[in-house]
Design a protein around this ligand. Structure first.
Ligand SMILES: [Zn+2]
Length: 260
């Protein structure tokens, strides 16, 4: 059973309520972190021990989804070196990780010379929709979302066949609908209530209405809206998404657990 726990659902930055983008999937023996936005390590450590982490999957390397990777890597290498876990990133983004390591690596401490490379087994996700990765009994594939950097929508399948899909940050596009096809839970970004063409179709984001329409097109079973530019818009976002999506619509609030 793949349970989804919301750690953080803000676009861009943490608030008093919780971190920027980060989620946990409860897997066979532990948990998998999906996105490592600012505040994710603190939120995680207030709930679970580090020995329960089985892997990290990062949808894209914008700071609101990945800035805490360095905090995780520092913790993974100091004061003691912890067992490496897999870190999945979109294919083509390892240079950006290496640049992150170059900025914050500590050459005078052997374990922290390249903290991310030393902490994690980095695995590239080709975003082709069919390459299957596996972490702690959960199989997943990645799909090419539409965003200003390589962005991976994700589709996880648990041992019981239940599916949890994540849109990542994206404009409206077919690969994300494919990732969410008849998914039991579809965690979809709904950054705005209203936005201009460039934000939606150039840079690549969704309004709550677009998220609802996308979920309806994908025939997802349940929709969870997330990545709010303004968390105060959540309830109106739920109403907007419900105009076209007939299934249950929830909003991602830190601490909430969803069972697919
Ligand atoms: Zn984002």
């Amino acid at each position: 059973m793949l349970e989804l726990e919301i750690l953080g659902s803000n676009a861009t930055a943490p608030t008093r309520e919780g971190p920027a983008s980060c989620y946990l999937l409860h897997t066979r023996t532990g948990v998998v972190l999906v996105d490592a936005g600012p505040g994710s390590l603190l939120a995680y450590c207030s709930r679970y021990g580090l020995d329960r982490l089985r892997g990290i999957v990062v949808t894209h390397l914008h700071a609101d989804h990945s800035l805490d990777l360095m905090a995780w890597a520092y913790r993974w290498t100091f004061p003691e070196v912890l067992p490496r876990v897999p870190l999945f990133v979109p294919a083509g983004e390892t240079d950006r990780l290496a640049a992150f390591d170059a900025v914050f690596g500590i050459p005078t401490l052997a374990a922290m010379n390249r903290p991310i490379a030393q902490s994690f087994e980095v695995v590239e996700m080709p975003r082709d929709g069919w390459t299957v990765h596996e972490v702690d009994g959960a199989a997943f594939r990645s799909f090419a979302a539409h965003h200003s950097v390589p962005s991976a929508a994700l589709r996880f399948e648990g041992p019981d066949g239940r599916t949890v899909a994540f849109s990542s940050d994206t404009g409206d596009c077919e690969p994300v609908a494919e990732a969410a096809r008849e998914a039991d839970l579809f965690v979809c970004e709904a950054t705005y209530l209203e936005a201009d063409e460039q934000a939606l179709h150039g840079h690549g984001h969704l309004t709550a209405r677009m998220a609802g329409a996308l979920a309806a097109r994908a025939r997802a079973r349940r929709l969870v809206l997330t990545h709010f530019a303004d968390p105060a818009d959540r309830d109106r976002g739920r109403e907007h998404a419900g105009e076209s999506f007939g299934g249950p619509v929830a909003v991602a609030v830190p601490g909430t657990v969803f069972t697919p």
